[in-house]
Design a protein around this ligand. Structure first.
Ligand code: SF4
Length: 364
């Protein structure tokens, strides 16, 4: 599979002002700190970690919903299209309805785009939120909700064309014509999430961030939505960044999985390698909470104690050293390098070669 998105040394910081009596100081909260990884066309990358690790911020920065403070997000494009970065507004207006807006060099730095070029690029990327209840406007019909990105993004203006596209994507998401006439309150959580997915895919994006998109749903409905996402991926070739804290769900949908801790990636590997032969103690600790199919199988789980540190006060050296059961003196001093320990298996731990955290089997 070809690379779709390259994330290079991504940093996102937020200024935080602390007030004490009459004085105040401003510090930077580094929510994402030097993250690098690739996403291929048509694949699903799972992103896991505890709350506050920076997962959502990575997703939003890739979508350019928030501006990074450092690094780059490079989007690879199909050959033979137009250089958006240098096209004039009239060209962009003409191109937008066709969604054929790519760059002759085959790559563009998303953060170099602004104005009309950025607006034209946005339909290539989309987002499915966590909460299917609050993310739908209760005063709009399902048809209007799904059509909104086409109209707001200036992709289509002809009503018949819009209706045809809405019906097509609704059918793919198992919504019928009767559903399109109703309002969101008439639907269950799973149906609402299908509406959210239809809205995210109506512009035929190449890339969608699913931010805890099944976390609020019952387990049986989660499986239904995961299967729907897999079917849509096969039909439409879309790539997903699937952000979640439930490792069992991530295992079902992801081709590769990244693990985040205090704003940094600690491990990134193909799903099978990560789940069965993790190399980082934090990944091992997260997986220890996932039950084995047979409790008699040999496995040495570890328990994760304490809270994830505040990124404003991140530990020195390896950020995990304050909770790592395997920490040694070097860990609090030296920052571990991000390295490829096996083909396509990346890890940031000084002693990864010494650990054997192999798991015999998992239930999903
Ligand atoms: Fe644990 Fe040290 Fe490895 Fe960090 S570098 S994960 S503290 S062993």
């Amino acid at each position: 599979m070809d690379t779709l998105i390259e994330v290079r040394n991504l940093e996102v910081g937020f200024p935080v002002t602390k007030r004490k009596f009459l004085s105040s100081t401003t510090q930077t909260l580094r929510a994402v700190d030097g993250v690098s990884f690739d996403i291929r066309r048509g694949e699903t990358v799972g992103l896991v970690g505890e709350s506050g690790s920076g997962k959502t911020t990575v997703g939003r920065a890739i979508l350019r919903a928030i501006d990074p403070t450092g690094g780059e997000v490079i989007y690879h494009t199909d050959a033979g299209d137009v250089d958006l970065a240098h096209a004039d507004d009239a060209t962009l207006q003409k191109l937008r309805p066709n969604l054929q807006m790519v760059f002759p060099e085959g790559r563009v730095s998303l953060h170099s785009l602004s104005g009309e070029a950025l607006r034209s690029f946005r339909p290539r990327m989309s987002l499915v939120f966590q909460d299917p209840y609050s993310s739908l406007n209760p005063r709009m019909t399902v048809r209007d909700i799904i059509a909104e990105p086409l109209i707001a993004g200036g992709l289509m203006s002809d009503r018949a064309q819009i209706d045809a596209r809405v019906r097509e994507i609704a059918a793919r998401c198992k919504l019928n014509l009767e559903h399109l006439r109703r309002f969101p309150h008439a639907f269950s959580g799973g149906q609402r999430q299908r509406i959210c997915i239809a809205r995210a895919l109506v512009s035929r994006p190449d890339f969608v961030v699913c931010d805890e998109s099944v976390s609020a749903l019952d387990v049986s409905i989660q499986a239904e939505i995961v299967n729907l996402l897999k079917d849509l991926q096969e039909e439409m070739g879309v790539a997903f960044l699937f952000i979640a804290h439930d490792l069992s769900v991530v295992a079902q949908i992801s081709d590769r999985v990244a693990v985040m801790y205090v704003g940094q990636f600690v491990e990134y590997a193909p799903t099978r390698s990560l789940f069965f032969t993790p190399r980082h103690p934090y990944t091992h600790a997260l997986l220890s909470a996932v039950p084995l199919a047979d409790p008699d199988l040999p496995f040495n789980p570890v328990r994760l104690d304490g809270e994830i540190p505040n990124p404003m006060d991140a530990p020195t050296g390896c950020r995990f050293h304050t909770r790592c059961p395997f920490a040694r003196p070097r860990c609090s001093v030296d920052v571990p390098a991000w390295r490829e320990i096996a083909p396509t298996h990346f890890v940031a731990c000084h002693f990864a070669e010494e650990f054997d955290f192999s798991r015999p089997e998992i239930t999903t």
